[in-house]
Design a protein around this ligand. Structure first.
Ligand SMILES: [Zn+2]
Length: 457
């Protein structure tokens, strides 16, 4: 049967929405944080201003700040002129798509009264935040399980949602040459870190020298796994280069016990480099795949190719490279072609550029076996997640339909590949997920118990 390209896309899109996806990377805020995004004249909450401010839109198109208790209408009078410049942005489209589908409003055509009404509607939804989050994530976006990286509190292992999978953020170890490094938390406003030294104290471990510190790292990863973390995650590409030299232990040890002010830039980098290699080894030792942020960050030092030496020398470590390496999507594809221990995760990519995402999926399917590609939303709010999930499905449907029309793959192949990327590849990479699947029962069970690795602060 011949079909037009549009029919092919539509049918594939329907199929890709028909089964629950598994989202391997998100930063979905806990309910109480979502409920405190803005301070309105009616108290703290989430509203239209809060949704835009927690999206990626202001990363490239600034929005005016909102003073505490400022009425939304006053903020909107200033803010509305910023949106027309962003009409074509992917970071705009993923959220307006969610606003359209979830609130039945065309954001691009709002007048002031309609904006106020939408604002009240959103504020109302967040009065029962947990219900709204569950409905949007698990029903509307049809996502079964979500890996939540607690970027607001590095190192924390705590369940906020029953559909959550724990992620052990471990980059704080790179900064642990001295316990004093953790005295001034937070380094970045709103971001806290669990000090490894606090954990050592809880566990009665004495950290006197570099070997003690390395033992502590081992213990944290082991405990993290025992507590239910399925993966390690690191996002230092915002702070430093992704090139990690192979540094001998004695050279790294020189920085140990000294605060930043007493160290040269080279000594700090030696320490960080050595720790990163040790983390890659621990990832293999404890069979916890290593998710690494690449692409956006400290440009141009966040190029994924800078990781080649580390990846090649650690063949037993499963590296999951994030964000499709945007904008270096072709290069990261070649890395997965060359290194069998590299998986690509497309999370965030479609929100940053739908066009690049289309090109990336095409190029990757040319170069990378389809069982080595995953996806995620990489958003802070349920609306952001919904928009990301829908756009990702749209793009996958387009790419796969084009390949069917080109005669590159058959229709069944297209469906299989879409299902691999959105669901099956995560289940293969993380077989523990099987025990957490719940959609087939129709009932979402509570999160498993997890005691430990939460901050005392
Ligand atoms: Zn992220």
């Amino acid at each position: 049967m011949t079909r037009s390209g549009d029919q092919e896309i539509e049918l594939l899109g329907e199929y890709l929405r028909s089964f629950p996806a598994i989202d391997t990377h998100d930063h979905l805020y806990p309910a109480e944080m979502l409920q405190q995004q803005v301070v309105t004249p009616n108290g703290p909450g989430m509203d239209l201003c809060g949704l835009w401010q927690t999206s990626y839109f202001p990363w490239t198109q600034p929005l005016p700040p909102r003073s505490p208790a400022e009425p939304f209408s006053q903020w909107w009078a200033q803010a509305k002129s910023a949106f027309p410049h962003g009409r074509a942005l992917s970071v705009y489209h993923h959220l307006t798509r969610a606003i359209h589908d979830l609130y039945d409003v065309d954001f691009g055509r709002l007048d002031d009264d309609e904006a106020n009404r939408l604002n009240e509607q959103i504020f109302g939804k967040y009065q029962s935040t947990t219900d709204w989050v569950r409905e949007v994530v698990t029903e509307r976006a049809n996502i079964e399980l979500v890996f939540i990286d607690p970027c607001w509190h590095y190192g924390e292992l705590r369940y906020y949602y029953p559909f959550q999978i724990l992620v052990l953020r471990i980059q704080q170890f790179l900064h642990g040459h001295s316990s004093a490094e953790f005295a001034h938390d937070p380094v970045v406003p709103g971001k806290h870190r669990i000090s490894p030294y606090d954990l050592a104290q809880q566990w009665g471990m004495q950290i006197d020298d570099f070997d003690d510190y390395l033992d502590l790292m081992d213990r944290v990863v082991a405990e993290g796994k025992a507590l239910g973390a399925y993966t390690l995650k690191q996002a230092v590409a915002y702070l430093r280069t992704l090139h990690f030299a192979r540094v001998p232990k004695d050279r790294a040890a020189r920085a140990f016990g000294k605060p930043r002010g007493e160290l040269s830039g080279a000594e700090i980098q030696d320490f960080e480099d050595f720790i990163m290699w040790r983390l890659a080894e621990l990832s293999a030792k404890y069979d916890l795949p290593f998710q690494i942020h690449t692409g956006p960050g400290l440009l141009p030092h966040s190029h994924p190719m800078l990781l080649c030496n580390l990846i090649e020398a650690n063949p037993a470590t499963r590296f999951i490279l994030f964000h499709g390496g945007v904008p270096w999507v072709s290069e990261i594809g070649m890395m997965a072609f060359k290194f069998p221990n590299v998986w690509l995760d497309a999370n965030w990519m479609p929100i940053l550029s739908q066009t690049m995402a289309r090109r990336a999926f095409h190029e990757w399917l040319d170069m990378v076996p389809s069982n080595r590609i995953m996806w995620g939303c990489d958003s802070l709010t349920p609306e952001g997640m919904y928009g990301a999930a829908e756009i990702t499905r749209d793009i996958l449907a387009q790419v796969l339909a084009e390949r069917v029309q080109m005669g590159n793959i058959g229709r069944d192949d297209a469906r299989d590949i879409g299902r691999q990327i959105l669901r099956e590849n995560a289940l293969t990479m993380f077989p523990q997920l099987q025990a957490r699947l719940w959609k087939h029962t129709g009932k979402l069970p509570p999160a498993p118990p997890c005691a430990g690795m939460v901050s005392s602060r």
